[in-house]
Design a protein around this ligand. Sequence first.
Ligand SMILES: Nc1ncnc2c1ncn2[C@@H]1O[C@H](COP(=O)(O)OP(=O)(O)OP(=O)(O)O)[C@@H](O)[C@H]1O
Length: 293
Amino acid sequence: MQPSNHPAAHREVSAADALLSVDRLRVSFPGKGRRAPATEVLKGVDLAIRPGETLGLVGESGSGKSTIGRAVLGLAPVTSGTVTFAGRRIDRLSARRRRGLARDLQVVFQDPYTSLNPSRTVGDTLAEPLIAQGTAAGASRERIADLLGRVQLPADAASRLPREFSGGQRQRVAIARALALDPRLIICDEPVSALDLTTQRTVLDLLLEIQEATDVAYLFVSHDLSVVRFMSHRVAVIHHGEIVETGDAATVTGTPSHPYTRTLLLASPVADVAEQRRRRAAADRVAKKEQQT
Ligand SMILES: Nc1ncnc2c1ncn2[C@@H]1O[C@H](COP(=O)(O)OP(=O)(O)OP(=O)(O)O)[C@@H](O)[C@H]1O
């Protein structure tokens, strides 16, 4: 394998510019049996995101994408390394301080069918973070109407239950909940993979519109290179728990320098058969050249 170009690329974002910085992050999960060895899932990951920026994180299933998001949220066991948000270390926060961080750091999960409480109305779901942060009931009703408008759901959605909505509409509710406290960063963990193609596009467009209006930053996790290319300013590629390539989205997804990214690019479906042939030919040429050297 070609050496990673990652350490140099990580310096694209200086510590002073970063809203989120993940440095040499290692995460291990304990083995299943008493004697089973621990599995190291993240092996020294470095990432940085600027305010208002989307960093796409792409890699195949099991590569460790969600674990990065979960570690940032304090939900995965960090063995070593640091996570810094807005200049403050957040990798070893107490539960109370972690709750305080919810104002600035939110998440949208993959599955809109399990991420919403089925017995709570949409209005109650949206009120929860507002009330937890001390917003008065009257002000939160207004805010809920505003949030529903922002995600293009009707005002009467507040009195309905999740089961009355389609997958795409539920994901809009999850996005509205994430936006409730005007966060600075949202971790979007495969936010459209459970949706059909047309619905995917409308949800992605909505996320872009929200970013344009609020300057929120996204860590956008997906196994789908074409979705990541569409959404991201910069892209990081993860393979077996290591970042193998980072750079601006057009370069990483158009002329990748790491063989693994080229494999991902070939696996990414394109409607144009001629374009797919061109990609294959280009990849074959690079592979031949590498064999010769
Ligand atoms: N709580 C856990 N305990 C043990 N192993 C875990 C745990 N969570 C994740 N893993 C393992 O860590 C590895 C990375 O998982 P992760 O969910 O981060 O991958 P991913 O790239 O997001 O893949 P996918 O797109 O399929 O979710 C997998 O092998 C997974 O089985």
